[in-house]
Design a binder for this molecule. Structure first.
Ligand code: AP5
Ligand code: MG
Length: 187
Protein backbone atom coordinates (compact mmCIF):
# COMPACT_ATOMS: atom_id res chain seq x y z
CA UNK A 1 0.00 0.00 0.00
CA UNK A 2 1.07 3.58 -0.69
CA UNK A 3 0.89 6.09 2.16
CA UNK A 4 1.01 9.67 0.90
CA UNK A 5 0.86 12.54 3.36
CA UNK A 6 -0.70 15.79 2.18
CA UNK A 7 0.94 18.38 4.38
CA UNK A 8 0.50 22.14 4.83
CA UNK A 9 -0.85 24.96 6.96
CA UNK A 10 -4.60 25.63 7.36
CA UNK A 11 -6.11 26.75 4.07
CA UNK A 12 -3.11 25.58 2.00
CA UNK A 13 -5.41 23.66 -0.34
CA UNK A 14 -5.06 20.13 1.06
CA UNK A 15 -8.76 19.27 0.74
CA UNK A 16 -8.97 20.90 -2.70
CA UNK A 17 -6.01 18.95 -4.11
CA UNK A 18 -7.00 15.71 -2.36
CA UNK A 19 -10.12 15.54 -4.57
CA UNK A 20 -7.96 15.40 -7.72
CA UNK A 21 -5.30 13.14 -6.26
CA UNK A 22 -7.63 10.37 -5.09
CA UNK A 23 -9.15 10.12 -8.59
CA UNK A 24 -5.89 10.26 -10.45
CA UNK A 25 -3.91 7.88 -8.27
CA UNK A 26 -6.65 5.61 -6.86
CA UNK A 27 -6.08 6.62 -3.26
CA UNK A 28 -8.42 6.62 -0.27
CA UNK A 29 -8.76 10.18 1.09
CA UNK A 30 -8.42 10.31 4.86
CA UNK A 31 -8.86 13.78 6.37
CA UNK A 32 -8.66 13.71 10.16
CA UNK A 33 -10.42 17.12 10.18
CA UNK A 34 -13.36 15.67 8.18
CA UNK A 35 -13.48 12.58 10.44
CA UNK A 36 -13.56 14.78 13.55
CA UNK A 37 -16.28 17.03 12.08
CA UNK A 38 -18.37 13.90 11.45
CA UNK A 39 -17.95 12.88 15.11
CA UNK A 40 -19.05 16.39 16.13
CA UNK A 41 -22.11 16.27 13.85
CA UNK A 42 -23.07 12.87 15.32
CA UNK A 43 -22.54 14.20 18.86
CA UNK A 44 -20.42 11.21 19.87
CA UNK A 45 -18.39 11.45 23.12
CA UNK A 46 -15.25 11.85 20.99
CA UNK A 47 -16.96 14.60 18.97
CA UNK A 48 -18.08 16.50 22.05
CA UNK A 49 -14.53 16.41 23.42
CA UNK A 50 -12.97 17.40 20.07
CA UNK A 51 -15.37 20.27 19.41
CA UNK A 52 -14.02 22.48 22.21
CA UNK A 53 -10.45 22.04 20.99
CA UNK A 54 -11.22 22.59 17.30
CA UNK A 55 -13.29 25.70 17.99
CA UNK A 56 -10.29 27.17 19.81
CA UNK A 57 -7.85 26.30 17.05
CA UNK A 58 -6.09 23.66 19.19
CA UNK A 59 -5.13 20.10 18.30
CA UNK A 60 -7.07 17.02 19.39
CA UNK A 61 -4.91 14.58 21.46
CA UNK A 62 -2.47 12.45 19.45
CA UNK A 63 -3.90 9.13 20.73
CA UNK A 64 -7.39 10.08 19.53
CA UNK A 65 -6.42 10.81 15.93
CA UNK A 66 -3.98 7.91 15.69
CA UNK A 67 -6.76 5.59 16.93
CA UNK A 68 -9.03 6.80 14.12
CA UNK A 69 -6.27 6.29 11.55
CA UNK A 70 -5.46 2.79 12.80
CA UNK A 71 -9.11 1.76 12.44
CA UNK A 72 -9.17 2.94 8.83
CA UNK A 73 -5.91 1.24 7.90
CA UNK A 74 -7.31 -2.11 9.00
CA UNK A 75 -10.84 -1.75 7.59
CA UNK A 76 -10.31 0.05 4.25
CA UNK A 77 -7.80 -1.68 2.01
CA UNK A 78 -9.47 -1.63 -1.39
CA UNK A 79 -7.57 1.24 -3.08
CA UNK A 80 -3.90 1.49 -4.08
CA UNK A 81 -3.19 3.37 -0.89
CA UNK A 82 -4.09 6.21 1.42
CA UNK A 83 -3.87 9.98 1.10
CA UNK A 84 -3.51 11.34 4.62
CA UNK A 85 -4.78 14.95 4.72
CA UNK A 86 -4.00 16.87 7.91
CA UNK A 87 -2.31 13.89 9.58
CA UNK A 88 0.25 13.61 11.12
CA UNK A 89 0.33 17.04 12.76
CA UNK A 90 2.84 16.51 15.57
CA UNK A 91 6.19 14.69 15.83
CA UNK A 92 4.50 12.21 18.18
CA UNK A 93 1.82 11.45 15.57
CA UNK A 94 4.51 10.94 12.93
CA UNK A 95 6.37 8.53 15.21
CA UNK A 96 3.17 6.63 16.01
CA UNK A 97 2.37 6.43 12.29
CA UNK A 98 5.84 5.02 11.56
CA UNK A 99 5.38 2.41 14.31
CA UNK A 100 1.95 1.48 13.01
CA UNK A 101 3.21 0.96 9.45
CA UNK A 102 6.33 -0.87 10.56
CA UNK A 103 4.18 -3.62 12.09
CA UNK A 104 3.23 -4.61 8.50
CA UNK A 105 6.65 -3.87 7.00
CA UNK A 106 5.26 -0.71 5.40
CA UNK A 107 6.37 2.94 5.43
CA UNK A 108 5.33 6.45 4.44
CA UNK A 109 5.69 6.76 0.66
CA UNK A 110 6.05 10.53 0.31
CA UNK A 111 5.08 13.82 1.94
CA UNK A 112 3.51 16.28 -0.50
CA UNK A 113 3.80 19.66 1.18
CA UNK A 114 1.73 22.65 0.05
CA UNK A 115 3.37 25.85 1.21
CA UNK A 116 1.59 29.21 1.30
CA UNK A 117 2.14 32.60 2.98
CA UNK A 118 0.37 33.29 6.29
CA UNK A 119 -1.51 36.27 4.72
CA UNK A 120 -2.97 34.01 2.04
CA UNK A 121 -4.19 31.62 4.74
CA UNK A 122 -6.39 34.36 6.18
CA UNK A 123 -7.69 35.36 2.77
CA UNK A 124 -8.63 31.81 1.74
CA UNK A 125 -10.18 30.78 5.04
CA UNK A 126 -12.25 33.95 5.35
CA UNK A 127 -13.52 33.32 1.83
CA UNK A 128 -14.34 29.67 2.62
CA UNK A 129 -16.19 30.72 5.81
CA UNK A 130 -18.92 32.22 3.61
CA UNK A 131 -19.27 29.00 1.61
CA UNK A 132 -18.85 26.08 4.03
CA UNK A 133 -19.79 27.56 7.41
CA UNK A 134 -17.07 25.71 9.36
CA UNK A 135 -17.15 26.90 12.97
CA UNK A 136 -13.35 27.21 13.17
CA UNK A 137 -13.32 29.54 10.11
CA UNK A 138 -15.63 32.22 11.53
CA UNK A 139 -13.41 34.01 14.05
CA UNK A 140 -10.10 35.68 13.03
CA UNK A 141 -8.68 34.95 16.51
CA UNK A 142 -9.30 31.22 16.00
CA UNK A 143 -7.73 31.33 12.53
CA UNK A 144 -4.70 33.02 14.13
CA UNK A 145 -4.54 30.25 16.78
CA UNK A 146 -4.66 27.60 14.07
CA UNK A 147 -1.74 29.28 12.29
CA UNK A 148 0.25 29.49 15.54
CA UNK A 149 -0.54 25.86 16.38
CA UNK A 150 0.71 24.94 12.91
CA UNK A 151 4.01 26.81 13.37
CA UNK A 152 4.62 25.41 16.87
CA UNK A 153 3.45 21.81 16.62
CA UNK A 154 3.27 20.86 12.94
CA UNK A 155 6.06 22.73 11.15
CA UNK A 156 8.80 20.64 12.89
CA UNK A 157 7.55 17.71 10.79
CA UNK A 158 9.19 19.29 7.73
CA UNK A 159 12.63 18.51 9.22
CA UNK A 160 11.44 15.07 10.39
CA UNK A 161 10.50 14.01 6.86
CA UNK A 162 13.44 15.79 5.18
CA UNK A 163 15.80 13.73 7.34
CA UNK A 164 14.06 10.59 6.11
CA UNK A 165 14.17 11.66 2.44
CA UNK A 166 10.38 11.74 2.12
CA UNK A 167 9.70 15.47 1.80
CA UNK A 168 8.59 17.17 -1.45
CA UNK A 169 7.50 20.80 -1.44
CA UNK A 170 5.02 22.41 -3.84
CA UNK A 171 4.34 26.15 -4.20
CA UNK A 172 0.75 26.38 -2.95
CA UNK A 173 0.44 30.08 -3.87
CA UNK A 174 -0.24 29.15 -7.51
CA UNK A 175 -3.68 28.62 -9.05
CA UNK A 176 -5.57 25.42 -8.16
CA UNK A 177 -4.81 23.96 -11.62
CA UNK A 178 -1.08 24.84 -11.46
CA UNK A 179 -0.76 23.27 -7.99
CA UNK A 180 -2.45 20.09 -9.26
CA UNK A 181 -0.02 19.94 -12.19
CA UNK A 182 2.99 20.42 -9.90
CA UNK A 183 1.76 17.62 -7.64
CA UNK A 184 1.31 15.24 -10.58
CA UNK A 185 4.99 15.64 -11.52
CA UNK A 186 6.25 14.39 -8.14
CA UNK A 187 3.83 11.52 -7.41
P1 AP5 B 1 -8.49 20.36 9.16
O1 AP5 B 1 -9.87 20.11 8.72
O2 AP5 B 1 -7.41 19.47 8.70
O3 AP5 B 1 -8.17 21.87 8.83
P2 AP5 B 1 -6.83 22.64 8.45
O4 AP5 B 1 -5.57 21.88 8.54
O5 AP5 B 1 -6.90 23.88 9.24
O6 AP5 B 1 -6.92 22.83 6.95
P3 AP5 B 1 -8.16 23.31 6.15
O7 AP5 B 1 -9.10 22.18 5.93
O8 AP5 B 1 -8.68 24.55 6.78
O9 AP5 B 1 -7.48 23.76 4.78
P4 AP5 B 1 -7.07 22.92 3.51
O10 AP5 B 1 -5.59 22.89 3.42
O11 AP5 B 1 -7.81 21.63 3.40
O12 AP5 B 1 -7.55 23.93 2.39
P5 AP5 B 1 -8.81 23.87 1.38
O13 AP5 B 1 -8.48 22.94 0.26
O14 AP5 B 1 -10.06 23.67 2.11
O15 AP5 B 1 -8.45 20.36 10.76
C1 AP5 B 1 -9.40 21.08 11.51
C2 AP5 B 1 -9.11 20.91 12.99
O16 AP5 B 1 -9.26 19.53 13.38
C3 AP5 B 1 -7.68 21.25 13.43
O17 AP5 B 1 -7.53 22.63 13.68
C4 AP5 B 1 -7.54 20.40 14.71
O18 AP5 B 1 -8.21 21.01 15.78
C5 AP5 B 1 -8.30 19.14 14.33
N1 AP5 B 1 -7.41 18.15 13.72
C6 AP5 B 1 -7.42 17.70 12.43
N2 AP5 B 1 -6.46 16.81 12.23
C7 AP5 B 1 -5.80 16.67 13.39
C8 AP5 B 1 -4.66 15.91 13.81
N3 AP5 B 1 -4.00 15.11 12.95
N4 AP5 B 1 -4.24 16.02 15.10
C9 AP5 B 1 -4.89 16.80 15.98
N5 AP5 B 1 -5.96 17.56 15.65
C10 AP5 B 1 -6.41 17.50 14.37
O19 AP5 B 1 -8.72 25.35 0.80
C11 AP5 B 1 -9.07 26.47 1.57
C12 AP5 B 1 -9.84 27.48 0.70
O20 AP5 B 1 -8.96 28.01 -0.30
C13 AP5 B 1 -11.01 26.87 -0.05
O21 AP5 B 1 -12.04 27.81 -0.12
C14 AP5 B 1 -10.44 26.60 -1.45
O22 AP5 B 1 -11.43 26.65 -2.45
C15 AP5 B 1 -9.43 27.72 -1.61
N6 AP5 B 1 -8.25 27.31 -2.40
C16 AP5 B 1 -7.60 26.12 -2.33
N7 AP5 B 1 -6.53 26.11 -3.17
C17 AP5 B 1 -6.50 27.34 -3.75
C18 AP5 B 1 -5.62 27.96 -4.71
N8 AP5 B 1 -4.56 27.30 -5.23
N9 AP5 B 1 -5.87 29.21 -5.08
C19 AP5 B 1 -6.94 29.89 -4.59
N10 AP5 B 1 -7.82 29.37 -3.68
C20 AP5 B 1 -7.60 28.10 -3.27
MG1 MG C 1 -9.10 20.56 4.71
Amino acid sequence: MKYYILFGPPGAGKGTQAKFMVEQFNLRHVSTGDLLRREIANKTPLGIEAQKLIENGLLVPDEVVVGMIENLFTSERTSAGFLLDGFPRTIRQAQMLDELLKKNNEEVTKVVSLMIEDELIFERITHRAQIEGRSDDADPAVIQNRIETYHQKTEPLIEYYKERGKYEEIDGNQTIEAVAESIATIM
